[in-house]
Design a binder for this molecule. Structure first.
Ligand SMILES: NC(=O)c1ccc[n+]([C@@H]2O[C@H](COP(=O)([O-])OP(=O)(O)OC[C@H]3O[C@@H](n4cnc5c(N)ncnc54)[C@H](O)[C@@H]3O)[C@@H](O)[C@H]2O)c1
Length: 335
Protein backbone atom coordinates (compact mmCIF):
# COMPACT_ATOMS: atom_id res chain seq x y z
CA UNK A 1 0.00 0.00 0.00
CA UNK A 2 1.10 3.56 -0.61
CA UNK A 3 0.47 5.58 2.56
CA UNK A 4 0.86 9.32 3.07
CA UNK A 5 1.58 10.26 6.70
CA UNK A 6 1.24 13.94 7.59
CA UNK A 7 3.16 14.85 10.73
CA UNK A 8 5.09 11.63 10.20
CA UNK A 9 8.19 12.92 11.97
CA UNK A 10 6.42 13.79 15.23
CA UNK A 11 6.21 12.09 18.60
CA UNK A 12 3.49 9.72 17.40
CA UNK A 13 3.96 10.02 13.66
CA UNK A 14 7.57 8.81 13.66
CA UNK A 15 6.52 5.44 15.10
CA UNK A 16 3.65 5.21 12.62
CA UNK A 17 6.09 5.88 9.76
CA UNK A 18 8.53 3.29 11.12
CA UNK A 19 5.83 0.66 11.60
CA UNK A 20 4.49 1.19 8.08
CA UNK A 21 8.01 0.82 6.63
CA UNK A 22 8.58 -2.32 8.74
CA UNK A 23 5.37 -3.78 7.33
CA UNK A 24 6.64 -3.18 3.79
CA UNK A 25 4.40 -0.29 2.76
CA UNK A 26 5.40 2.49 0.40
CA UNK A 27 5.47 5.50 2.73
CA UNK A 28 5.41 9.23 2.01
CA UNK A 29 5.98 11.47 5.02
CA UNK A 30 4.80 15.08 4.84
CA UNK A 31 6.01 17.40 7.56
CA UNK A 32 6.99 21.05 7.77
CA UNK A 33 9.95 20.42 10.06
CA UNK A 34 12.53 18.02 8.70
CA UNK A 35 13.76 16.87 12.09
CA UNK A 36 14.76 13.22 11.77
CA UNK A 37 15.72 12.72 15.41
CA UNK A 38 12.84 10.33 16.13
CA UNK A 39 12.51 8.73 12.72
CA UNK A 40 16.25 8.12 12.28
CA UNK A 41 18.30 8.22 9.07
CA UNK A 42 17.86 4.49 8.45
CA UNK A 43 14.09 4.80 8.20
CA UNK A 44 14.32 8.14 6.38
CA UNK A 45 16.25 6.33 3.64
CA UNK A 46 13.38 3.87 3.21
CA UNK A 47 10.58 6.38 2.62
CA UNK A 48 9.89 9.59 0.72
CA UNK A 49 10.11 12.78 2.72
CA UNK A 50 8.17 15.85 1.58
CA UNK A 51 8.62 19.26 3.19
CA UNK A 52 5.05 20.47 3.25
CA UNK A 53 2.95 23.02 5.09
CA UNK A 54 -0.48 21.42 5.35
CA UNK A 55 -1.98 24.93 5.53
CA UNK A 56 -0.72 25.66 2.03
CA UNK A 57 -3.20 24.69 -0.67
CA UNK A 58 -0.38 24.42 -3.25
CA UNK A 59 1.70 22.16 -1.01
CA UNK A 60 -1.25 19.85 -0.43
CA UNK A 61 -2.11 19.77 -4.14
CA UNK A 62 1.50 18.86 -4.90
CA UNK A 63 1.21 15.88 -2.53
CA UNK A 64 -1.70 14.44 -4.48
CA UNK A 65 -0.45 15.42 -7.95
CA UNK A 66 1.00 11.96 -8.38
CA UNK A 67 -1.80 9.37 -8.27
CA UNK A 68 -1.67 6.11 -6.37
CA UNK A 69 -1.95 7.05 -2.68
CA UNK A 70 -4.16 4.40 -1.07
CA UNK A 71 -4.40 5.80 2.42
CA UNK A 72 -3.76 9.09 4.23
CA UNK A 73 -2.83 9.10 7.91
CA UNK A 74 -3.31 12.67 9.05
CA UNK A 75 -1.32 13.37 12.22
CA UNK A 76 0.10 16.87 11.62
CA UNK A 77 -1.31 19.32 14.15
CA UNK A 78 -0.46 22.08 16.57
CA UNK A 79 -0.18 20.38 19.96
CA UNK A 80 0.59 21.50 23.52
CA UNK A 81 -2.78 23.23 23.69
CA UNK A 82 -3.30 25.48 26.66
CA UNK A 83 -6.62 26.19 28.33
CA UNK A 84 -6.83 29.67 26.90
CA UNK A 85 -5.63 29.51 23.31
CA UNK A 86 -3.95 32.84 22.49
CA UNK A 87 -4.43 32.28 18.74
CA UNK A 88 -7.58 30.23 18.06
CA UNK A 89 -7.78 31.27 14.39
CA UNK A 90 -4.26 29.94 13.80
CA UNK A 91 -5.05 26.70 15.65
CA UNK A 92 -8.21 26.38 13.55
CA UNK A 93 -6.25 26.78 10.31
CA UNK A 94 -3.76 24.04 11.24
CA UNK A 95 -5.99 21.64 13.19
CA UNK A 96 -9.31 21.88 11.34
CA UNK A 97 -9.15 23.79 8.03
CA UNK A 98 -6.07 21.87 6.87
CA UNK A 99 -7.78 18.57 7.76
CA UNK A 100 -10.67 19.47 5.47
CA UNK A 101 -8.33 20.55 2.66
CA UNK A 102 -6.49 17.24 2.94
CA UNK A 103 -9.76 15.29 2.93
CA UNK A 104 -11.03 17.18 -0.12
CA UNK A 105 -7.83 16.65 -2.12
CA UNK A 106 -7.52 13.04 -0.97
CA UNK A 107 -11.10 12.19 -1.98
CA UNK A 108 -10.61 13.89 -5.36
CA UNK A 109 -7.39 11.91 -5.90
CA UNK A 110 -9.18 8.61 -5.28
CA UNK A 111 -7.62 7.85 -1.89
CA UNK A 112 -9.41 4.83 -0.44
CA UNK A 113 -9.10 5.53 3.27
CA UNK A 114 -8.41 8.56 5.46
CA UNK A 115 -7.25 7.90 9.03
CA UNK A 116 -7.39 10.93 11.28
CA UNK A 117 -5.46 11.40 14.54
CA UNK A 118 -8.21 12.65 16.81
CA UNK A 119 -8.07 12.69 20.59
CA UNK A 120 -9.86 11.80 23.77
CA UNK A 121 -10.08 15.59 24.09
CA UNK A 122 -13.34 15.40 22.09
CA UNK A 123 -15.00 14.00 25.23
CA UNK A 124 -13.98 17.12 27.15
CA UNK A 125 -13.61 16.97 30.91
CA UNK A 126 -14.77 13.62 32.27
CA UNK A 127 -17.24 13.72 35.12
CA UNK A 128 -19.86 11.59 36.87
CA UNK A 129 -18.99 7.90 36.98
CA UNK A 130 -16.38 8.37 34.22
CA UNK A 131 -14.35 10.40 36.71
CA UNK A 132 -12.60 9.63 40.01
CA UNK A 133 -13.06 7.29 41.81
CA UNK A 134 -15.16 5.01 39.56
CA UNK A 135 -13.55 5.59 36.13
CA UNK A 136 -16.23 3.88 34.06
CA UNK A 137 -14.65 3.50 30.60
CA UNK A 138 -15.75 6.05 27.99
CA UNK A 139 -17.21 4.46 24.87
CA UNK A 140 -17.08 6.01 21.40
CA UNK A 141 -20.86 6.51 21.58
CA UNK A 142 -20.46 8.98 24.46
CA UNK A 143 -21.59 12.50 23.55
CA UNK A 144 -18.66 14.72 22.56
CA UNK A 145 -18.20 17.83 24.70
CA UNK A 146 -15.34 19.86 23.25
CA UNK A 147 -14.14 22.72 25.43
CA UNK A 148 -10.90 24.19 24.07
CA UNK A 149 -10.09 25.29 20.51
CA UNK A 150 -8.01 22.13 20.14
CA UNK A 151 -10.95 19.92 21.20
CA UNK A 152 -13.29 21.76 18.84
CA UNK A 153 -10.90 21.33 15.90
CA UNK A 154 -10.76 17.58 16.51
CA UNK A 155 -14.58 17.38 16.53
CA UNK A 156 -14.86 19.53 13.37
CA UNK A 157 -12.29 17.35 11.56
CA UNK A 158 -14.09 14.18 12.64
CA UNK A 159 -17.44 15.49 11.40
CA UNK A 160 -15.99 16.53 8.04
CA UNK A 161 -14.36 13.11 7.74
CA UNK A 162 -17.73 11.43 8.26
CA UNK A 163 -19.33 13.78 5.72
CA UNK A 164 -16.67 12.95 3.10
CA UNK A 165 -17.14 9.23 3.78
CA UNK A 166 -20.89 9.64 3.25
CA UNK A 167 -20.51 11.67 0.05
CA UNK A 168 -17.53 9.95 -1.61
CA UNK A 169 -16.07 6.42 -1.84
CA UNK A 170 -13.29 7.41 0.64
CA UNK A 171 -13.53 5.57 3.97
CA UNK A 172 -12.84 7.48 7.16
CA UNK A 173 -11.70 6.58 10.67
CA UNK A 174 -11.06 8.97 13.53
CA UNK A 175 -8.75 7.59 16.20
CA UNK A 176 -9.31 9.04 19.66
CA UNK A 177 -6.07 8.51 21.50
CA UNK A 178 -5.84 8.17 25.25
CA UNK A 179 -2.91 9.92 26.96
CA UNK A 180 0.16 9.05 24.91
CA UNK A 181 3.65 8.98 26.40
CA UNK A 182 6.86 8.56 24.46
CA UNK A 183 10.22 10.13 23.62
CA UNK A 184 10.09 13.65 22.22
CA UNK A 185 7.25 15.05 24.31
CA UNK A 186 9.46 17.40 26.29
CA UNK A 187 9.74 20.08 23.62
CA UNK A 188 6.42 21.40 22.38
CA UNK A 189 3.83 19.45 24.36
CA UNK A 190 3.98 21.75 27.41
CA UNK A 191 2.34 20.21 30.46
CA UNK A 192 1.35 17.19 28.35
CA UNK A 193 4.99 16.10 28.65
CA UNK A 194 4.55 15.30 32.37
CA UNK A 195 4.74 11.52 31.92
CA UNK A 196 7.82 11.80 29.75
CA UNK A 197 9.47 13.88 32.48
CA UNK A 198 8.61 11.20 35.01
CA UNK A 199 10.22 8.54 32.83
CA UNK A 200 13.16 10.44 31.33
CA UNK A 201 14.46 12.40 34.34
CA UNK A 202 15.56 9.22 36.23
CA UNK A 203 17.21 7.96 33.03
CA UNK A 204 19.28 11.14 33.00
CA UNK A 205 20.00 10.93 36.72
CA UNK A 206 17.82 13.94 37.50
CA UNK A 207 15.11 14.30 40.18
CA UNK A 208 11.52 14.80 39.08
CA UNK A 209 8.61 16.37 40.90
CA UNK A 210 4.98 16.29 39.78
CA UNK A 211 3.31 18.80 42.09
CA UNK A 212 -0.09 17.14 42.31
CA UNK A 213 -2.20 14.39 40.80
CA UNK A 214 -1.04 11.26 42.63
CA UNK A 215 -4.65 10.17 43.21
CA UNK A 216 -5.62 10.54 39.57
CA UNK A 217 -6.06 7.48 37.38
CA UNK A 218 -5.66 7.78 33.63
CA UNK A 219 -5.49 5.61 30.52
CA UNK A 220 -1.85 5.75 29.47
CA UNK A 221 -0.67 4.35 26.16
CA UNK A 222 2.93 4.16 24.95
CA UNK A 223 3.56 5.95 21.63
CA UNK A 224 4.75 2.84 19.80
CA UNK A 225 1.59 1.03 20.89
CA UNK A 226 -0.60 3.92 19.73
CA UNK A 227 1.26 3.72 16.40
CA UNK A 228 0.37 0.03 16.11
CA UNK A 229 -3.25 1.08 16.61
CA UNK A 230 -2.95 3.59 13.77
CA UNK A 231 -1.45 1.03 11.42
CA UNK A 232 -4.19 -1.44 12.40
CA UNK A 233 -6.72 1.13 11.14
CA UNK A 234 -4.72 1.55 7.91
CA UNK A 235 -4.58 -2.14 7.07
CA UNK A 236 -7.94 -3.37 8.42
CA UNK A 237 -9.80 -4.97 5.46
CA UNK A 238 -12.97 -3.10 6.39
CA UNK A 239 -13.99 -0.41 8.87
CA UNK A 240 -17.21 -1.19 10.69
CA UNK A 241 -17.12 2.20 12.47
CA UNK A 242 -15.81 5.68 11.79
CA UNK A 243 -14.54 6.38 15.32
CA UNK A 244 -12.20 4.29 17.48
CA UNK A 245 -10.68 4.81 20.89
CA UNK A 246 -7.00 3.87 20.77
CA UNK A 247 -6.27 3.14 24.39
CA UNK A 248 -5.35 0.42 26.85
CA UNK A 249 -8.76 0.46 28.54
CA UNK A 250 -6.87 0.30 31.88
CA UNK A 251 -6.38 2.83 34.64
CA UNK A 252 -2.97 3.76 35.99
CA UNK A 253 -1.80 6.27 38.55
CA UNK A 254 1.46 8.23 38.44
CA UNK A 255 2.51 5.99 41.35
CA UNK A 256 2.09 2.94 39.09
CA UNK A 257 4.27 4.65 36.51
CA UNK A 258 6.88 5.54 39.17
CA UNK A 259 6.92 1.89 40.29
CA UNK A 260 7.62 0.81 36.71
CA UNK A 261 10.42 3.40 36.42
CA UNK A 262 11.99 2.14 39.68
CA UNK A 263 12.24 -1.36 38.23
CA UNK A 264 14.93 0.13 35.96
CA UNK A 265 16.22 2.93 38.20
CA UNK A 266 15.74 1.79 41.83
CA UNK A 267 17.24 5.04 43.18
CA UNK A 268 15.05 7.31 41.04
CA UNK A 269 14.22 10.54 42.90
CA UNK A 270 10.51 10.91 42.12
CA UNK A 271 8.10 13.01 44.12
CA UNK A 272 4.38 13.10 43.34
CA UNK A 273 1.91 15.31 45.20
CA UNK A 274 -1.61 14.19 46.15
CA UNK A 275 -4.86 15.11 44.44
CA UNK A 276 -6.31 14.79 40.95
CA UNK A 277 -5.53 16.21 37.50
CA UNK A 278 -1.75 15.75 37.27
CA UNK A 279 -1.64 17.85 34.08
CA UNK A 280 -3.00 20.85 35.94
CA UNK A 281 -5.25 21.88 33.04
CA UNK A 282 -8.58 23.57 33.70
CA UNK A 283 -10.27 20.65 31.92
CA UNK A 284 -9.47 17.30 33.47
CA UNK A 285 -9.44 14.89 30.54
CA UNK A 286 -8.07 11.98 32.57
CA UNK A 287 -10.02 8.75 32.78
CA UNK A 288 -10.31 5.42 31.05
CA UNK A 289 -11.36 4.84 27.43
CA UNK A 290 -13.20 1.71 26.39
CA UNK A 291 -10.81 -0.12 24.06
CA UNK A 292 -13.13 -2.94 23.01
CA UNK A 293 -14.27 -1.54 19.64
CA UNK A 294 -10.71 -1.30 18.27
CA UNK A 295 -9.97 -4.76 19.64
CA UNK A 296 -13.04 -6.20 17.93
CA UNK A 297 -12.90 -4.37 14.58
CA UNK A 298 -9.18 -3.69 14.10
CA UNK A 299 -7.70 -6.56 16.06
CA UNK A 300 -5.73 -4.00 18.04
CA UNK A 301 -4.81 -4.59 21.65
CA UNK A 302 -2.23 -2.32 23.29
CA UNK A 303 0.53 -3.68 25.50
CA UNK A 304 -0.82 -2.53 28.86
CA UNK A 305 2.06 -3.77 31.02
CA UNK A 306 3.77 -0.59 32.27
CA UNK A 307 7.05 -2.36 33.08
CA UNK A 308 7.19 -3.75 29.56
CA UNK A 309 6.45 -0.44 27.81
CA UNK A 310 8.67 1.65 30.10
CA UNK A 311 11.48 -0.83 29.37
CA UNK A 312 10.90 -0.36 25.66
CA UNK A 313 10.87 3.43 26.16
CA UNK A 314 14.34 3.25 27.80
CA UNK A 315 15.59 1.00 25.03
CA UNK A 316 14.44 3.61 22.49
CA UNK A 317 16.09 6.43 24.45
CA UNK A 318 19.40 4.54 24.30
CA UNK A 319 18.93 3.96 20.58
CA UNK A 320 18.00 7.61 19.94
CA UNK A 321 20.92 8.85 22.05
CA UNK A 322 23.30 6.75 20.01
CA UNK A 323 21.85 8.19 16.78
CA UNK A 324 22.48 11.74 17.90
CA UNK A 325 25.35 13.44 16.20
CA UNK A 326 27.63 16.04 17.71
CA UNK A 327 26.65 15.31 21.32
CA UNK A 328 23.53 17.42 21.07
CA UNK A 329 21.61 17.31 24.35
CA UNK A 330 18.28 15.51 24.59
CA UNK A 331 15.26 15.83 24.60
CA UNK A 332 14.44 15.06 21.00
CA UNK A 333 12.90 17.26 18.37
CA UNK A 334 13.22 20.92 17.70
CA UNK A 335 10.66 23.20 19.31
N1 LIG B 1 0.45 12.90 22.10
C1 LIG B 1 -0.77 12.66 22.56
O1 LIG B 1 -0.94 12.30 23.72
C2 LIG B 1 -1.94 12.81 21.65
C3 LIG B 1 -3.14 12.51 22.18
C4 LIG B 1 -4.23 12.63 21.38
C5 LIG B 1 -4.08 13.03 20.07
N2 LIG B 1 -2.88 13.35 19.55
C6 LIG B 1 -2.78 13.77 18.15
O2 LIG B 1 -1.81 12.99 17.47
C7 LIG B 1 -1.22 13.78 16.43
C8 LIG B 1 0.28 13.79 16.57
O3 LIG B 1 0.62 14.39 17.82
P1 LIG B 1 2.10 14.36 18.37
O4 LIG B 1 1.99 14.26 19.83
O5 LIG B 1 2.91 13.37 17.62
O6 LIG B 1 2.56 15.84 18.01
P2 LIG B 1 3.92 16.34 17.35
O7 LIG B 1 3.97 17.81 17.45
O8 LIG B 1 5.07 15.57 17.88
O9 LIG B 1 3.71 15.92 15.84
C9 LIG B 1 2.99 16.70 14.93
C10 LIG B 1 3.81 16.81 13.66
O10 LIG B 1 3.10 17.64 12.76
C11 LIG B 1 4.01 18.52 12.14
N3 LIG B 1 3.30 19.74 11.75
C12 LIG B 1 2.77 20.69 12.57
N4 LIG B 1 2.23 21.68 11.83
C13 LIG B 1 2.41 21.34 10.53
C14 LIG B 1 2.09 21.98 9.29
N5 LIG B 1 1.49 23.16 9.25
N6 LIG B 1 2.43 21.36 8.14
C15 LIG B 1 3.07 20.17 8.16
N7 LIG B 1 3.41 19.52 9.29
C16 LIG B 1 3.10 20.12 10.47
C17 LIG B 1 5.07 18.80 13.19
O11 LIG B 1 6.29 19.20 12.60
C18 LIG B 1 5.18 17.44 13.87
O12 LIG B 1 6.19 16.63 13.30
C19 LIG B 1 -1.84 15.16 16.56
O13 LIG B 1 -2.89 15.27 15.62
C20 LIG B 1 -2.35 15.21 17.96
O14 LIG B 1 -3.40 16.11 18.10
C21 LIG B 1 -1.80 13.24 20.33
Amino acid sequence: MRVLVTGGLGVNGAWVSRELVDQGHDVIVADNRLDLSLLGERYAAQLRLEEVDICSQEDVERLFAEPGIDCVVHMAAAVGHEDKDPAPARTFRINAEASVTLMEKAAAAGVKRFVFASSRAVYGGLDGDHAHPTYRPVKETTQTRPESTYDLCKVVSEEFGKAFAAATPMEFAALRFATIFGPGKLMRHGRFGALSRLIEAPYRGEPVEIAHGGDQSDDLIYAEEAARGVVAAVVAPTLAHDVYNIATGRSYTLGDMADAVRRFFPDARISIGDGLNYLGTSTNYSGVLDASRARRDLGFEADADLVSVVGRYYQRLRELDSLKKGGQAPPYLSA
